[in-house]
Design a protein around this ligand. Structure first.
Ligand code: T3D
Length: 267
């Protein structure tokens, strides 16, 4: 039987999805896109899942598009019809980025090794990026004559500013995890030896938190990037009206008053 291209495992409300094409550093084929899309949809619709961890098998996180995939690789014969790379982006990477950023639960990118091209930007689409100290991020696109995709043009300047975004995207140099943390590209870089335990601890912590409020926090922060200050204040009020009528708010306040641990359940 063929190995799944995405390994799925569960632990106490945390669903881990591991890209599983380690020989080619988990680069994306159409088939792996299909399995990841299905796995994300399944996690989104499973009420028992309260946090998703996206990671890679083997020594890499994800090297972006599989440049050898016959379905999308350019035909290098002279005069051959060019492949429509934009169609691949529309078909696979745009839905993937939108799916990750609209998940009803927090999503952690556990970057276990090199994250290149769309693989790097897939990580940046996640809510928290935790990377091994030995991992790295590469905006590899310019090296093969493309622009950053999978959200890179939108995410990079917002995360690190225009100057660094252009430096990373135009030069395509390898950025060490430690430097990625220092410039604010990612949440945290952790020593290789404690990487897995740290990811597990953060994921378990998020899974015990008010899931619906966490997803709303992402939505509100993203929406505010496009709003005037007064409009963002109003948008916050709209969210508070919705969340303030929900179970988790009442539970959170009751637990605080009773000096006990809250038990959140909204999704
Ligand atoms: O259709 C479209 O193209 C649209 C979508 C575009 C989105 C994109 O993501 S474009 C960017 C595509 N990705 C890249 O350009 C990255 C290519 N890979 C690399 O530059 C390097 O592999 C890394 C810097 C990521 C890692 O280097 P290193 O030295 O640690 O490993 P390696 O030896 O280069 O790679 C190990 C194996 O993985 C190797 O195979 P082999 O020789 O052992 O049989 C290599 O060919 C394979 N591999 C790595 N990346 C890809 C890949 N195979 C296919 N596609 C890849 N992207």
């Amino acid at each position: 039987m063929e190995e799944p291209l995405v390994l799925v495992s569960d632990e106490s409300g945390v669903r881990t999805l591991a890209l599983n094409r380690p020989k080619s550093l988990n680069s994306f084929t159409g088939a792996m896109h299909g399995e990841l899309a299905a796995a994300l949809d399944a996690a989104a619709s499973d009420a028992a899942v309260r946090c998703v961890v996206l990671t890679g098998s083997g020594r890499g996180f994800c090297a972006g598009q599989d440049l050898a995939d016959p379905a999308v690789a350019p035909n290098l014969e002279p005069g051959a019809k060019p492949v429509d790379v934009g169609a691949t982006v529309e078909r696979f990477y745009k839905p993937l980025a939108l799916r990750v950023r609209s998940m009803p639960v927090p999503v952690i990118a556990a970057v276990n090794g090199v994250a290149a091209g769309a693989g790097a930007n897939l990580a940046l689409c996640c809510d928290l990026v935790i990377a091994r100290r030995s991992a790295s991020f590469i905006q590899a696109f310019a090296k093969i004559g493309l622009v950053p995709d999978c959200g890179g043009t939108w995410l990079l300047p917002r995360l690190v500013g225009r100057a660094r975004a252009l430096g990373l995207a135009m030069l395509g140099d390898k950025l060490a995890a430690e430097e990625a943390e220092r410039i604010g590209l990612i949440w945290k870089c952790v020593d290789d030896l404690v990487f897995e335990s740290e990811v597990r601890a953060v994921a378990q912590r998020l899974a015990a938190m008010p899931t619906r409020a966490l997803a709303a926090t992402r939505a509100a922060i993203d929406a505010a990037q496009q709003l005037e200050f007064a409009a963002a204040l109003s948008h916050e009020a709209t969210w508070q009206t919705e969340l303030g009528g929900a179970h988790d708010y009442l539970e959170g306040v009751a637990a605080f008053m009773a000096k006990r641990a809250p038990v959140f359940s909204d999704r």
